[in-house]
Design a binder for this molecule. Structure first.
Ligand SMILES: [Zn+2]
Ligand SMILES: [Zn+2]
Length: 475
């Protein structure tokens, strides 16, 4: 690898009039400088053809014209005709602890940041090891353990039954090293309010499912930062909300079969989409905007639950998944998915209506995040980010808006982290072009086509090795 001394680099930057972007270091020390020559940049600021980007130390140093002079010793990649987008973020994943599977699958797919929705201490440790450079992986933002109320359908969730227990769970999450608190479907309003208040005291955010016991707008007013899987949105925008909420309140609850209750609530949500109210949507959007709440619809995962069991069962990407995942995906789906032709039609219609609601919220100015729920059936680390981009566009977002969601609005500019994805086609013309990845640049490394193939082959091999018991694989 060629190198450039920092003294040379500082002189070159001064010549561009942009000194001061380098971290302090000895002038005689050397650093690897890489230039991407002649590319078209596509980011949240627009499209810039015939551009050269210069990177070092995982920072963008300069963005200039095609003929930008380069510092001596830099590596120049001639990428004329290619498109460069910021690294992608998956804002809803599981399974970061499967570090030899999840992390490389993200990186080869251009995913340089992930939000892990079920955290525990080994993942906090993994987050630090990645940042120290001991493990090669995307940036991790890691939630607390899943905090739920009595009746939780989720084995392994931390169940809190009172506001005081909720507060204690927040303090514990903070002490353990969580980046945010993950809340779930069965929290009652007083407990969610206590969690919200304790989060404010501890300067930590909370995010997760819209509780079945709290209206989405009310949870947003309490400060819930993100809402996953479109749960709660159909009810909150239905002209029959009052009746349907009463029906939920009247539902008999059998603690031995809480899933049946959960599924019936989903059925009421489906019915709610048949009485959608535009004016309620406008009012809800205003609250979400004011509170800074975002929607993370995870359509790619919800599409699986809305489809017949075999629709995704032969996905060629299954070879990258350990056996326990493949078994769990096959068996875990059976209680969710539609079976009869009528159920299949109904669920397809429900899915389409929820997509419309996400597009409407986006049109009304609510932030939409890209998330996959990777780890849940047929949602693949890394790969499914591109499926979700397609689904966001199918829902009605522009390709520009979908890409903005997928990159969290990043702009490629001097000083920005150099997480970049080089594509063979223009994603604004066709969002599927994000799948035509040529090279990924992150953490100062250049993952060209051969290196990405090698990483995929390693994942395929790792997936065949025995893994410890399947733990915490869902939701
Ligand atoms: Zn979930
Ligand atoms: Zn999830």
């Amino acid at each position: 690898m060629t190198e450039t001394t920092r003294r040379e680099l500082l002189g070159w930057l001064a010549g561009l009039g942009v000194a001061g972007l380098l971290a302090p270091g000895r002038a005689e020390a050397s650093t690897g400088v890489t230039a991407l020559r002649g590319v078209t940049l596509v980011d949240s600021s627009g499209t810039r053809p015939d551009t050269t980007v210069v990177l070092a130390d995982n920072r963008v140093l300069a963005v200039g014209s095609r003929d930008l002079p380069l510092p001596r010793g830099s590596t120049c990649l001639d990428l004329a005709g290619k498109f460069v987008v910021p690294g992608l973020w998956d804002m809803h994943v599981h399974g970061a602890y499967l570090d030899r599977i999840t992390l490389p699958l993200c990186l080869v797919n251009g995913v340089t940041g992930i939000r892990e929705m079920w955290g525990f201490p080994p993942i906090y440790e993994l987050r630090e090891r990645i940042e120290r450079g001991e493990v090669f992986g995307p940036r991790l933002v890691v939630g607390s353990t899943i905090i739920d109320g009595p009746g939780s359908t989720l084995p392994g969730a931390l169940v809190v039954a009172t506001p005081d227990e909720g507060r204690q769970a927040v303090r514990d999450a903070k002490a353990q090293g969580a980046d945010f608190v993950k809340v779930y479907s069965y929290l009652d309003r007083p407990t969610l309010a206590a969690i919200a208040d304790e989060c404010a005291r501890q300067a930590i955010t909370f995010a997760g499912h819209c509780s079945n016991h709290v209206a989405l707008g009310d949870a947003s007013d309490l400060g819930q930062r993100t809402f996953e899987h479109m749960y709660g949105l159909p009810l909150a925008t239905s002209s029959r909300e009052t009746q349907l909420r009463q029906a939920i309140a009247d539902l008999p609850f059998d603690p031995a079969n809480s899933f049946a209750w959960f599924k019936q609530v989903l059925e009421f949500e489906r019915q709610a989409t048949l009485s959608h109210s535009r004016s309620k949507a406008v009012h809800l959007a205003k609250r979400l905007r004011r509170n800074g709440s975002a929607l993370c619809p995870t359509m790619v995962a919800m599409r699986v639950y809305a489809s017949p069991a075999d629709r995704f069962a032969n996905d060629p990407r299954l070879k990258y998944m350990p056996a326990f995942y493949r078994d769990y995906w096959r068996d875990g789906l059976t209680q969710w998915v539609p079976v009869t032709p009528q159920e299949i039609r109904q669920q397809a219609d429900f899915f389409r209506r929820r997509q419309d609601q996400v597009a409407e919220m986006h049109e009304l100015g609510v932030e939409v995040l890209l998330g996959t729920d990777a780890g849940n059936p047929y949602s693949f680390s890394g790969f499914s980010v591109h499926d979700e981009l397609e689904l966001l566009v199918e829902a009605g977002l522009s390709t520009t808006a979908a890409l903005k969601a997928g990159t969290r609005g990043a702009v490629i500019k001097p000083g920005a982290e150099a997480n970049l994805v080089v594509l063979d086609g223009n994603p604004i013309r066709d969002i599927r072009n994000t799948q035509r990845i040529h090279t990924v640049l992150t953490r100062g490394r250049v993952l060209g086509p051969a290196e990405r193939q090698r990483m995929l082959a390693d994942v395929e091999k790792a997936a065949q090795e025995p893994f410890p018991a399947a733990v915490q694989t869902c939701c």
